[in-house]
Design a protein around this ligand. Structure first.
Ligand SMILES: C[S@@+](CC[C@H](N)C(=O)[O-])C[C@H]1O[C@@H](n2cnc3c(N)ncnc32)[C@H](O)[C@@H]1O
Length: 239
């Protein structure tokens, strides 16, 4: 069973409204490529972000999880969805915009694979197209690694998330979902997700051969640094 197999059914309820991220992408499009007509998402999950552009742009998504893609197919029936690893796929098409959001890149635990994903994004973009992605910073992951487990109830169920550091920059996210089946009866769904933290300078260096970085923004408007939370990058493909 691959990652997100058990998480998929609960993902949207847990992650909630995604309009802030959709608005962030919209603002980059308005500023840097208002003529865009097509968009590909790497790690599109349940299609929560693609759905925000339905009816406006021709949409495509790649994800390795069949469980997440099944939800996306229902939610965004017009999108072309492909089950694949975002570090090694070829759709034989180019798009105006490629996005990879909600710390999906961090899910690649080897930095060599980030460089491969950057190459795949570049290969699937038209010249001058936009690559928009975000990352959990290394500082944020270290901070989360020091915190107590996070507990939340949602729709009658409970989730416990715990982030543990390792002796490298890989962090282990344990997600335990207790699905309520009866008054005092719960079913446990346990998922382990790895996230790699990468210094921003290393990310910029890996982008350099393919992209001009147009913007780097902290999600909360704070200073862009390795100690910020989530950093968005907007990059122009050099063709
Ligand atoms: C945090 S979720 C984000 C989903 C979606 N982008 C969103 O914002 O809701 C990460 C997604 O990336 C997918 N993923 C992780 N590693 C992947 C890989 N190597 N290739 C393709 N998809 C991957 C997972 O299956 C999951 O759907």
């Amino acid at each position: 069973m691959g990652i997100y197999a058990k998480f998929a059914a609960f993902y949207d309820e847990l992650m909630g409204d995604r309009s802030e991220t959709i608005d962030q992408v919209r603002s980059y499009l308005a500023k840097h490529l208002p003529t865009a007509t097509s968009l590909l998402e790497l790690g599109c999950g349940t299609g929560a972000l693609l759905a925000g552009f339905a009816g406006e742009l021709a949409l495509a998504g790649v994800d390795q999880s069949p469980e997440m893609l099944a939800i996306a197919a229902e939610r965004v029936p017009g999108a072309t969805l492909t089950q694949a690893d975002m570090t090694e796929f070829s759709l034989g098409a180019r798009y105006d915009v490629v996005i990879c959001l909600f710390d999906t890149l961090n899910h690649l635990p080897r930095f060599d694979d980030w460089a491969e994903a950057f190459k795949r994004a570049h290969e699937h973009l038209v010249e001058g197209g936009l690559f928009i992605f975000d990352v959990n910073t290394i500082g944020r992951l270290r901070g989360l690694g020091r915190q107590q487990p996070y507990v939340e109830d949602f729709a009658g169920n409970y989730v416990i998330m715990n982030i543990t550091p390792t002796d490298s920059d890989v962090f282990v996210w344990e997600v335990k979902i207790f699905e309520r089946l009866g008054e005092d009866i719960f079913k446990l769904h346990h998922e382990t997700i790895l996230e790699l933290g990468v210094p921003l300078a290393q990310i910029r260096a890996a982008l350099e051969p393919y992209f001009d970085v147009l913007a780097e923004d902290d999600q909360d408007g704070h200073l862009v640094s390795d100690d910020a939370d989530r950093i968005f990058f907007a990059c122009r493909s050099r063709g």
